[in-house]
Structures are given as C-alpha cells and as structure tokens.
Design a protein around this ligand. Structure first.
Ligand code: FES
Length: 105
C-alpha cells in the first residue's frame, strides 16, 4: 500500500491580477483546477497547442506536461510564461493570467 501510488500533493494557486485563489488538488493541471473553482480562465484546446491559457508564473514551480515551447516563443518563455493546461504544480504558485488575450508578453 502506498509505495507505488503516491498521493499527489495539494497546492494553492493565486491569481495576482484578480486576487483570486483556488486549490489545486489530486495532481490535476492548473487550468482544470481553475475551471473547477469557477474561474473564467481563458482556454480553448486544453492540450497545449493553442496558447490561450497562457499565464505568467510569478512565484512557485510547475512541471510542464508538454513542452511549452511548441506554442510559446522564446521571449514569452524567458518572461516566465507557462501554459496552464500543461502545468502541474510542484509548489504553491502565484500567476498573472492573460484575461485580455495579448495583454501579457
Ligand atoms: S488551452 Fe490551448 S494551450 Fe492550453
């Protein structure tokens, strides 16, 4: 019991530009957790190919489920941009969400 099925940790995500916080439990991705919490997080494909769900990671650590560089250019990556639908939390995080698509670079 336990050895091979480690329970994913629960983390908290904060959206700096709205002040909203929500829990990310059970190892689900950041976008799914936000949607579960009723947040109108911009999204489209949910599989890491459109870039709509992008956000800036201000604090904390995430693990990419899919390489972010398929849709984010170098400048975006250098700025700390991540794809919420392809991000699994590794700590509590603070992000800025691009609610007005294109407002963040
Ligand atoms: S929703 Fe399309 S990349 Fe995340």
């Amino acid at each position: 019991m336990g050895l091979f099925k480690k329970k994913p940790k629960d983390f908290k995500a904060t959206i700096a530009n709205t002040g909203e916080t929500f829990d990310v439990t059970g190892g689900i991705n950041l976008l799914q957790a936000a949607l579960n919490a009723g947040i109108k997080w911009p999204h489209d494909c949910r599989v890491g190919s459109c870039g709509t769900c992008r956000c800036l990671l201000k604090e904390g650590k995430v693990k990419p489920l899919n390489d972010f560089s398929y849709v984010l250019d170098k400048e975006m990556l250098d700025n700390g941009m991540i794809l919420a639908c392809q991000a699994r939390l590794q700590s509590d995080i603070t992000v800025e969400v691009d609610f007005e698509q294109g407002a963040l670079r």
